[in-house]
Ligand binder design. Structure first.
Ligand code: SF4
Length: 219
């Protein structure tokens, strides 16, 4: 099995295992996902989903949040950690949305990247989950699983993993696959337990870490 065949098998198996591939951050408007993904750095999605309820109760739209000072935002978002820098980025980002984009989130990857606090991971998440466009979100689960399975080999830098995946998966599958990596990474191919639960993994017969000899070409 070469690496592309392996990737297609992973896509199929994880689809079967996790039919729903929703984003685990709650949002009903694009700008809210921008806020949540910034707060999610080094914080759990579950905590972010709780904290933003207070934020949106006080600042219900882009204009209201753009009017708030970074200190006022920090007072609410500090339970997510890194409150000062996150609040500063959120404030600057909302002000740019208000001043340059009519309060809308732009649907262009490079423009998203230019927004304060928005990196490739966040820009891909917005492109995929908000605009339904091809996207690959290389978070910690995606990087760990791709290396363990053998879709990449000793590649830890997010952008390099993203670029490697673009070469081997159908673009339209990327967004859902990455959501499923998160689900599988939390439930089975865990980082926090001493070892992953390979004995009950749907990828056990194709995974390099599980000792399966690979003929996959190194990327
Ligand atoms: S077989 Fe083990 S290491 Fe490989 S993906 Fe499954 S849980 Fe992770």
């Amino acid at each position: 099995m070469d690496v592309k065949e392996c990737a297609l098998t992973v896509i199929d198996r994880l689809k079967n295992e996790y039919p729903l591939a929703d984003c685990t951050l709650d949002f009903d408007e694009a700008w809210k996902l921008l806020v949540s993904v910034r707060l999610a750095a080094q914080c759990t999605d579950a905590r972010v989903n709780v904290v933003v309820q207070d934020l949106y109760a006080k600042y219900p739209d882009v204009n209201a949040l753009a009017e708030a000072s970074p200190e006022e935002i920090e007072a609410i978002v500090h339970p997510c950690g890194l409150g000062k820098s996150k609040a500063r980025d959120i404030s600057a980002c909302m002000r740019r949305l208000r001043d340059e984009f009519g309060g809308q989130v732009p649907d262009d990857f490079d423009t998203l990247l230019s927004l304060p606090g928005v990196g490739r991971k966040s820009a891909n998440l917005i492109m995929g989950d908000v605009f339904g466009k091809p996207a690959i979100v290389t978070d910690t689960h995606c990087i760990r699983l791709c290396n363990r399975i053998g879709l990449v080999h000793d590649v830890k830098e997010p952008k390099k993993v993203e670029m490697a995946l673009w070469k081997i998966i159908p673009p339209e599958e990327g967004n859902d696959l990455c959501h499923r990596f998160v689900l599988h990474g939390r439930e089975v191919c865990t980082a926090r337990t001493r070892s992953p639960y390979c004995e009950r993994c749907c990828l056990a017969d194709i995974c390099e870490k599980n000792g399966i000899d690979s003929e996959k070409e190194k990327l």
